[in-house]
Design a protein around this ligand. Structure first.
Ligand SMILES: Cc1cc2nc3c(=O)[nH]c(=O)nc-3n(C[C@H](O)[C@H](O)[C@H](O)COP(=O)(O)OP(=O)(O)OC[C@H]3O[C@@H](n4cnc5c(N)ncnc54)[C@H](O)[C@@H]3O)c2cc1C
Length: 489
């Protein structure tokens, strides 16, 4: 029998990290196997893309990953990228909430919606006194009963009140997920806070107890990394370096760019049809695709599974990088950026002052900024040309930041349906997907639509997926041995 054929569809971080972990297993595998990675686009990395142009180093997709989990740190260490890691410039770690054109500092000592102590709550200029008192009532409100999911908006309103939701949590999380928090699942996206409420009633009290415990245990693993880099970490030469290094280190993988999967016929062997008419066969198939792209491909092989994947839904976002002469930009608020400006014209979910945020993003005499346009404004602009999008944004920037000069450099990226939408009930949808996928033992699903959309979560899930594929290889090996044993007997 020949080597086991493993095909991974999708060459974003999820597919690349799965391929990397599997390729590391090759020397010790009881069975020979070959890995093919099929990517529709001409290059790998998915939404992770870095553009070096003249005096600018612009991130076109994610600009960082979160330091709260180990997965990306582990990859960077294995790929000798430790020297590349860097956090937000220490003096720039604060951000602003922009409301009606005014920039308010994000409250110090807040962990998302939770004030670390009553002093940080008292001191913030973002909340009115009635808003602060309402937030402090978290200390008295009993825990919600039952295990049903609720929206993030409902949780925050219940525990901390409408003002914390409107002025802190919606701007912050809305800019990350590009969605209305009334729609997003608390249990899927912020399970930590659900667990805190369950454990202590008050989330503020639970947070304080957790911080104390962490201090007593000393800084280890993820907390040590957060201590070193802060919450957000990037690579000096850009996020794309991680993808390039993953590819370089996966020496036994057959990487095929420009290989768009158009249909998947059930297996094993799975028959994977590519644009142009070519067909690839797989004993084990891993779909590392966004749900909205995996759904129609899998529908022929597993109709219900395709339908369930479609239920996950997605949102769109436009990312615009603008580079300027430093002299053309008035003094920007000191920090790494802002979240949450809405109003007439372009709706900016957030903006990063990229060269203040991370070192090496622009030459000394230049300024680089990037902006996220989402929700309704994004839907209205997705099909417009780049010039129109930049013009709309410039009108808004003139009002917001008093930036009136024409940019030296601009780049517009449209992420149509690329943001998975973790709706209320997402965990139930996941359970249904698992149930529908269970009969297909040689099919593996991974990607940003399941258990976390951040780069860190995708990398972590890819490692688990590679682990499941290894288990399957071991099982196939045992089955083959048993069969050959019978044959000999
Ligand atoms: C604009 C933006 C900003 C973000 N910012 C951050 C951030 O700062 N920090 C963070 O942690 N996360 C961020 N995220 C989220 C995170 O970057 C993504 O969730 C993650 O990179 C997704 O990786 P993936 O491999 O699962 O999917 P993708 O990157 O979408 O990769 C999927 C790949 O599959 C390919 N493909 C699709 N269909 C086919 C087909 N039919 N045949 C073959 N190939 C196919 C695609 O071309 C693509 O390369 C951001 C996301 C976006 C869109």
């Amino acid at each position: 029998m020949g080597p086991v054929k493993i095909v991974i569809a999708g060459g974003g971080i999820s597919g690349l990290a799965t391929a990397y972990h599997l390729s590391q297993y090759l020397p010790e595998s009881p069975l020979p196997f070959q890995i093919t990675l099929l990517e529709a686009r001409p290059s790998f990395g998915g939404v992770i893309r870095t553009l070096r142009q003249g005096d600018f180093l612009a991130e076109l997709g994610p600009d960082s990953f979160m330091a709260d989990k180990d997965a990306v740190f582990e990859l960077c260490s294995a790929l000798n990228l430790g020297h590349e890691l860097t956090g937000i410039v220490p003096g720039s770690r604060n951000i602003y909430v922009c409301e009606n054109g005014q920039f308010y500092p994000f409250p110090q000592g807040f962990h998302l919606m939770v004030p670390a102590n009553l002093m940080s709550l008292a001191q913030t200029s973002l909340l009115s006194w009635p808003g602060k008192l309402r937030a402090a009532m978290d200390l008295l409100i009993p825990a919600r009963k039952g295990e049903t999911d609720e929206s993030i908006a409902s949780f925050v309103r219940r525990r901390f009140g409408g003002e914390v939701l409107r002025r802190i949590v919606q701007p912050l999380l809305g800019s990350i997920y590009g969605a209305d928090l009334n729609e997003l699942s608390m249990r899927a996206l912020l399970p930590r806070f659900v667990e805190m409420e369950k454990r202590c009633g008050s989330v503020i009290r639970a947070m304080r107890a957790g911080t104390k415990k962490k201090k007593e245990a000393g800084n280890q693993g993820a907390s040590a990394q957060m201590q070193q880099y802060g919450m957000f970490v990037t690579l000096r030469s850009g996020m794309e370096t991680l993808c390039r290094k993953l590819r370089d280190a996966s020496t036994h993988v057959d990487f095929q760019a420009g290989a768009e999967v158009t249909e998947i016929r059930p297996g094993p062997p799975w028959k994977i049809l590519l644009k142009g008419g070519r067909m690839v066969e797989a004993d084990l198939l891993c779909a590392a695709l966004p749900a909205f792209q995996a759904a129609p491909l899998l529908k022929g092989a597993a109709e219900n599974l395709g339908q369930k994947l479609k239920n996950i839904g997605s949102k769109s976002m436009i990312v615009v990088n603008l580079g300027y002469e430093r002299t053309a930009v008035p003094q920007l608020p000191a920090g790494s950026g802002f979240v949450g400006s809405s109003g007439d014209g372009v709706e900016i979910l957030g903006g990063s002052f990229s060269n203040a945020k991370f070192e090496g993003r622009a030459a000394e005499d230049k300024v680089l900024m990037r902006f996220f346009i989402g929700r309704k404004a994004c839907d209205g602009l997705l099909d417009e040309d780049d010039a129109k999008i930049v013009e709309s944004l410039r009108r808004k920037l003139a009002l917001l930041l008093d930036v009136r000069a024409a940019p030296l450099f601009s780049d517009v990226r449209r992420y149509k349906n690329q943001m998975p939408h973790y709706k209320v009930g997402h965990l139930q949808t996941l359970a249904e997907i698992r149930q529908e996928a269970a009969p297909f033992e040689t099919l593996f699903l991974t990607g940003n639509c399941f258990t976390g959309a951040g780069v860190t979560e995708c990398a972590s899930q890819a490692k688990q997926t590679a682990g499941k594929i290894k288990e399957m290889l071991n099982r196939i090996s045992r089955d083959r041995e048993a069969k050959s044993g019978h044959a000999v007997a």
